[in-house]
Design a protein around this ligand. Structure first.
Ligand SMILES: *[C@@H]1O[C@H](CO)[C@@H](O)[C@H](O)[C@H]1NC(C)=O
Ligand SMILES: *[C@@H]1O[C@H](CO)[C@@H](O)[C@H](O)[C@H]1NC(C)=O
Ligand SMILES: *[C@@H]1O[C@H](CO)[C@@H](O)[C@H](O)[C@H]1NC(C)=O
Ligand SMILES: *[C@@H]1O[C@H](CO)[C@@H](O)[C@H](O)[C@H]1NC(C)=O
Length: 475
């Protein structure tokens, strides 16, 4: 008796679960949906049928794995299996309605399990279509059928940051900003159950500028980055009415080259070739990758006068301007009083960015190997070194700039150190010099005297050679 009551209760439970409300599935026309078959209860041992409505048989499978589909034209090219689940591709209006899956024990002629689905139409649209320019008006519309025709489902829009936006009856209107870029979600709520469908919105923009300044030096390369994100093509940008693409340079204030205003460096010709035209030559080269949206400028070595702000601009016919500013800093080592030094001389080496190195950056000095210079192997290096140089300090001094252990750039300077002359060496050199001078003077005087003597002698000889017959006159 107890047993039979139990089995009746189980039967009622099974009946309730099988005759419960249909599971609502929202689909978009043209998309694909997979309807899950019942799992468990050893369904493999039984026959399985998929119906449209209550009696139109769409697909079947027997207990040996044999399978078949309806030959009806309306369904022929849309159905496939995924295990026991039914896949409906390219859903059209005619495919919407109720679907039933039954697991049947043919031997006992018993219905083991039944699942019911209700496919309802969900419509999502965007106007105008992507991509959008920042500031451009757009609307998103979401419309969902209701399982009970008298009761409208609740509809809400979430932006890509998953924040609920104000909408009215499924219609959201707004002006595009960078935050609009991404997946928007329409949330349909029916009797406490949520259904989500996403739509992708693209807002044309430049990739974000680097968070930190770019660093370079005369011994490291310079790259000024700017790019169009990979998911936006030039064709889309042209379709949006691009008018100009430029690079401008604003030298760092205080630079000797500062002339007040920005300097136009490059303009892009917007023909099919997309070639850069040079306006002012700072020996920078645009990367050859413009067609892939890379607008960066490079040089294999930085220069002192590279410090400043580089502005990459896209402007459009409707007045929208997209800009990215890249700050460039140049690291250099300044030696006072110079790089040609004498052993024992006081020298100041300063690692600088033309302004003192900020506290969130660290410098690290690398002296030449043979340098006897103070214990430089420490975790905290001063930006300024001041000491009396020795002969071992000659060579390449390197100053590295780091942030949180990340190398940013490094600068190099060559010091030439002459050995200091000792007092004795100085004395020896002085005496030698004096002796040489004295010797020179002595040689000179000796030579002059010799010459004079020779002339005197010659004079006497001449008197002999051309004998004037003095005696003859006398006589
Ligand atoms: C946009 O670019 C064009 C073409 O280079 C230029 O003539 C125009 O002045 C630019 N407009 C603005 C607002 O920068
Ligand atoms: C653009 O080119 C530069 C230089 O070759 C490179 O460093 C950078 O990663 C490139 N940027 C993108 C977005 O591909
Ligand atoms: C080195 O710098 C210190 C202070 O930083 C200064 O007092 C000194 O005069 C400088 N020496 C030389 C040779 O420039
Ligand atoms: C440095 O690194 C630490 C941990 O790696 C991090 O918490 C900190 O925010 C970083 N600081 C900067 C300025 O990037």
């Amino acid at each position: 008796m107890k047993n039979s009551i139990q089995s009746v209760l189980i039967l009622i439970a099974v009946l309730m679960s099988t005759t419960g409300a249909d599971e609502v599935v929202y689909v978009q026309v043209g998309k694909t949906v997979t309807l899950k078959a019942p799992a468990g209860n050893n369904v493999q041992k039984f026959y399985l049928y998929w119906y449209f409505g209550d009696d139109f048989q769409l697909a079947w499978r027997n207990n040996k794995g044999g399978k078949g589909f309806t030959g009806d034209d309306k369904w022929k090219n849309n159905l496939s299996w995924s295990g026991d689940s039914l896949v409906i591709e390219n859903i059209q209006q005619v495919h919407l309605g109720s679907f039933v899956c039954k697991v049947i024990d043919k031997i006992a002629n018993r219905n083991i399990e039944t699942i019911r689905y209700k496919l309802l139409k969900l419509n999502v649209s965007m106007n105008p279509p992507s991509p959008l320019l920042p500031g451009e008006s757009m609307s998103l519309f979401c419309d969902a059928e209701s399982p009970q025709s008298h009761k409208k489902p609740g509809i809400a829009w979430l932006n890509p940051q998953e924040v609920k936006m104000n909408s009215h009856q499924g219609l959201f209107k707004g002006k595009a900003t960078g935050q609009y870029n991404g997946q928007w979600t329409c949330v349909v709520t029916n009797e406490g159950k949520e259904h989500r469908v996403t739509v992708s919105v693209t807002v044309v923009d430049l990739s974000p500028a680097p968070l930190h300044p770019q660093y370079t030096s005369t011994s490291t390369p310079l790259t000024v980055p700017c790019s169009i994100p990979k998911h936006i093509s030039w064709d889309q940008i042209k379709a949006k009415g691009i008018q100009g693409v430029h690079w401008d340079f604003i030298p760092k204030y205080g630079s000797s080259l500062f002339s007040g205003g920005p300097q136009r460096l490059f303009s892009l010709s917007l023909d099919n070739q997309l070639t850069w035209k040079k306006d002012q030559d700072r020996e920078l080269t645009p990367v050859p990758d413009v067609k892939n949206g890379n607008l960066s400028l490079t040089r294999n070595r930085g220069k002192e006068e590279d410090a400043g702000d580089y502005v990459c601009t896209l402007n459009f016919t409707n007045g929208v301007t997209l800009k990215r500013t890249v700050h460039v800093n140049v690291l250099q080592i300044i030696s006072s009083p110079g790089t040609d030094l004498i052993s024992g001389q006081q020298v100041n080496l300063t690692c600088s960015l033309s302004y003192p190195v900020p506290s969130d950056l660290q410098v690290k000095w690398l002296p030449p190997e043979q340098s006897q210079m103070f214990p430089l192997r420490s975790d905290h290096y001063p930006a300024n070194l001041s000491w009396e140089v020795g002969t071992g300090d000659g060579g390449k001094w390197r100053c590295e700039l780091q942030q949180n252990g990340t190398w940013l750039t490094s600068a190099v300077i060559m010091l030439k150190i002459e050995p200091k002359l000792s007092v004795w060496m100085k004395l020896t050199i002085c005496s030698a010099t004096v002796i040489i001078i004295l010797l020179t003077i002595f040689v000179f005087i000796f030579y002059r005297r010799r010459q004079r003597k020779m002339r005197h002698h010659r004079h006497r000889l001449c008197q002999c050679k051309n004998p004037k017959p003095k005696g003859f006159y006398r006589t």
